[in-house]
Design a protein around this ligand. Structure first.
Ligand code: SF4
Length: 308
């Protein structure tokens, strides 16, 4: 029997932006008319869920089954009970207020730890569309992504599935699954949700193919880490042009730490909204010629003011 779950939101939900900008959204597929779909694998059972905007909130549809309560809790947690960017503490700089206004209907998604880690590795240097093709096949083949289930997938089959996203990722993910299965799963679970970001960072960066940027991405999603920001050259560029930082050097470790500290000085929510700033880099704030006339941040941007 099909059933529904409704989630109330303060602002009209912007499902398109929610599904475009974030790593956990790469597990979802657009199925037309503003609706998105993915399969959750609960205790090995695949349950397809559809989500769409409805009467100022979100409506989820799925088939009723023994895992219904678990699924309801999972959906509510994934969509953070409807909490939106419009309610976040983004102030202290006009560009942040503009960012909050522009994305007020967007929900910053949460993700389960291992699935988020896998998505982060798959997405390294690859476009979202390519990840969206690979991920559901991988999750279905495993019957849900846990270290044990991924490890049980023969490496040649994993390689075949993941190859479109890079030749080395299958081996790295397999090795990560082996490490977490053999000796790390309990530690990983304990550190997720804990307050020791340093220990979680050390564990993540010890895994094959997980550098400081990937670790920071995972931590901001699964652990709500408010003391780390994933810095790359795109975020660094936009932050400097907007005037959120005065660092204009290269992508060095001290440089990344400096930019992260400058951003976090505006408050802990800066950690969670980093994908919004990054998206500006892809949309209008390109390396060579920023298209300020098209940018919604132009009125609050230092670079735009200087070059007008
Ligand atoms: S206004 Fe121009 S420089 Fe400023 S963030 Fe937008 S595109 Fe970049």
């Amino acid at each position: 029997m099909p059933t529904t779950l409704s989630l109330a939101c303060e602002n009209t939900p912007d499902l398109a932006a929610t599904m475009q900008l974030q790593l956990p959204a790469l597990a979802w597929q657009m199925i037309g008319a503003g609706a998105w779909q993915r399969t959750f694998h609960l205790h090995g059972q695949g349950i397809r869920v559809r989500v769409e905007s409805d009467r100022g909130g979100l409506r989820f549809s799925f088939r009723t089954g023994p895992e219904e309560e678990l699924l309801r809790n999972l959906l509510t947690a994934t969509f953070r009970n409807g909490e939106q960017v419009g309610a976040m503490a983004l102030a202290g700089h006009p560009a942040l207020s503009a960012l909050r206004r522009h994305h007020q209907g967007m929900i910053l998604l949460a993700g389960s730890p291992f699935e988020t880690l896998v998505l982060a590795v798959l997405a390294q240097t690859r476009p979202a569309a390519a990840v969206r093709k690979v991920f559901p096949r991988l999750a279905a083949e495993c019957g849900g992504l846990t270290p044990q289930r991924l490890l049980a997938l023969p490496l040649p089959r994993l390689t075949q599935l993941v190859r479109p996203l890079g030749a080395v990722k299958a081996a790295r993910l397999h090795a990560t699954a082996a490490i977490l299965t053999r000796r790390g799963t309990t530690l990983f679970d304990q550190l997720i949700g804990g307050s020791d970001s340093g220990a979680l960072n050390n564990l993540l960066t010890s895994l094959p193919g997980v550098g400081t940027h990937t670790a920071a991405v995972v931590m901001t999603i699964v652990n709500d880490a408010a003391d780390t920001v994933p810095i790359d050259q795109h975020l660094m560029r936009v932050a400097y042009r907007l005037g959120l930082t005065d660092y204009d050097g290269g992508l060095t470790n001290p440089g990344c730490r400096r930019v992260a500290a400058d951003l976090l000085a505006y408050g802990p929510d800066l950690a969670r909204v980093h994908p919004l700033i990054q998206q500006v880099a892809y949309d209008t704030c390109t390396v060579s010629t920023p298209d300020c006339r098209r940018c919604f941040l132009a009125e609050s941007c230092r670079h735009a003011a200087r070059t007008a």
